[in-house]
Design a protein around this ligand. Structure first.
Ligand SMILES: Nc1nc2c(ncn2[C@@H]2O[C@H](COP(=O)(O)OP(=O)(O)OP(=O)(O)O)[C@@H](O)[C@H]2O)c(=O)[nH]1
Ligand SMILES: [Mg+2]
Length: 428
């Protein structure tokens, strides 16, 4: 399998809307010899979730460049005879591995694994039908709840290329040329610096082992502070397991070139100079053997144990050796990553029961705000067009002690009670 991506989109903005919960139904059983049977209105169905999921066939976010709002299906309303409305279908957003999901400046989820997925917009809960509200004092409740709205979010997707191997080096070192001969990526190649302006990605196959190689624009001294094309491209190699550090032996001082790049890698947000690395002296057919030996020796003095390879991309010399060494490092890194994931995996707690906690604050003259997850949920789901719904909310306010607290804080008839987005008028 060989393919290439010469241009890629690595950010996208998407808008999501999960499905609304279906409304509960208010209905009564019809029985032959009774004027009116008991309440039998069924519950509304749950709204569908929007789920983001890694799909290994994807490498870019291009599908979301002009994305419309992505919606999940709403739940159906409840029916008579206690029949439950159908749940809305979930909607799946497929993204490449390595996609991060951001809302404003908050990282919502980081999809690093090959099968990662996460609910990014939760569907609304279906409203209870009136069959739920039968009690000895209320034989004929008419109220049914409205379904909760589904969550809506505007999110930014960010893909850091998850290449296994990154090619680094000064401009003109021969990075794009190497990528073009080891993969079928077709990057632009030219005899001047800064030919490469966007990273290129190619798949390399060596001994039936495939890995992704990223060629990034040339770095110069000060790149980590934004000089040249800046440090933006270092981001693309943040997650690569291995770096191939390319050095041109025909340069006046190859060891100094090596040092400049090492220092830029070290000064990036995270120290990239400590990544497993192979040094690759390029363009070997352009200089004599003595020049190459001298360059290798000088670099070895600084680089210590880091292995040094000598290649000519143009003459196809020494390529297999570098690729095999890189493949071994990639395998080791992948195995280490899997061990790490297994060791740090923690159980996920699915639902959290909210404590039944509330309080009342006086906001301004005559406005009392009731704060509390449960109570706000009840208010939101109350259908104010139904007397029974309003009565039930009033019962809840009385039973929980909220009404007493409002009175104690000095509410008089006509004052406004705010619960979430709901406003009520106080009548004692
Ligand atoms: N003779 C010879 N020339 C090479 C070899 N590899 C690269 N070159 C030449 O070196 C020049 C620069 O090569 P590129 O591959 O564009 O270098 P780069 O590192 O991608 O450069 P930037 O994208 O500017 O950072 C081009 O003229 C290539 O033809 C090689 O093995 N032999
Ligand atoms: Mg290039």
């Amino acid at each position: 399998m060989l393919y290439s991506i010469n241009m890629f989109v690595d950010t996208a903005t998407i808008e999501l809307k999960a499905g609304k919960g279906g409304d509960g139904r208010s209905s009564f059983r019809h029985e032959k010899y009774r004027a009116m049977g008991g309440p039998d209105g069924g519950d509304g169905g749950r709204g569908g979730d929007v789920i983001i999921r890694v799909d290994h066939n994807l490498n870019t976010l291009v599908a979301y460049r002009n994305a419309q709002t992505i919606r999940a299906e709403s739940g159906e309303g409840g029916g008579g005879n206690r029949s439950h409305g159908k749940n809305g279908l979930d909607q799946i957003v497929k993204v490449p591995q390595g996609t991060q999901v951001w809302e404003d400046d908050v990282l919502v989820v980081d999809l690093t694994g090959p099968k990662d997925e996460s609910i990014i917009a939760k569907g609304g809960r279906g409203g209870f039908g009136n069959a739920h509200f039968k009690s000895s004092t209320r034989q004929a409740p008419r109220n049914a709840e409205l379904g909760d709205p589904g969550e809506a979010h505007k999110l930014r997707l960010e893909l850091k290329m998850v290449a296994d191997v990154g090619l680094v080096g000064l401009p003109n070192a021969g990075k794009s040329t190497l990528l073009s001969v080891i993969s079928n990526a077709k990057p632009e190649i030219a005899a001047y610096p800064f030919t490469t302006l966007v990273p290129n990605l190619g798949v390399v196959d060596v001994d039936e082992f495939g890995f992704l190689v990223a060629d990034i624009p040339g770095l110069i001294e000060g790149a980590s502070e934004g000089k040249g094309l800046g440090d933006e491209f270092l981001r693309h190699i943040e997650r690569t397991a291995v770096l191939l550090h390319l050095v041109d032996p025909s340069s006046p001082d190859p060891a100094a070139d090596y040092k400049v790049i090492q220092s830029e890698l070290a000064h990036y947000e995270v120290d990239l100079s400590v990544k497993p690395q192979l040094i690759v002296i390029t363009k070997s057919e352009t200089v004599d053997a003595k020049t190459i030996t001298a360059a290798a020796k000088a670099i070895k003095k600084i680089a210590g144990k880091t292995p040094i390879f000598i290649i000519s991309a143009q003459a196809h010399v020494g390529l297999l050796e570098v690729l095999r060494a890189a493949a071994e490092l990639v395998k080791a890194a992948r195995a280490a990553r899997e061990r790490h994931i297994a060791e740090t995996a923690i159980p996920v707690i699915e639902t959290i029961d909210l404590p039944d906690f509330w309080r009342v604050v006086t906001e301004e003259d005559g406005i009392f705000r009731v704060i509390g997850e449960r109570i706000e949920g009840f208010a939101r789901r109350t259908n104010f067009e139904e007397d029974d719904g309003v009565r039930r909310l009033r019962d809840i306010l009385a039973k929980t002690g909220v009404a007493r607290e409002i009175r104690r804080q000095g509410a008089v008839d006509g004052d406004i009670i705010r619960i979430g987005d709901t406003e009520l008028t106080w009548l004692s």
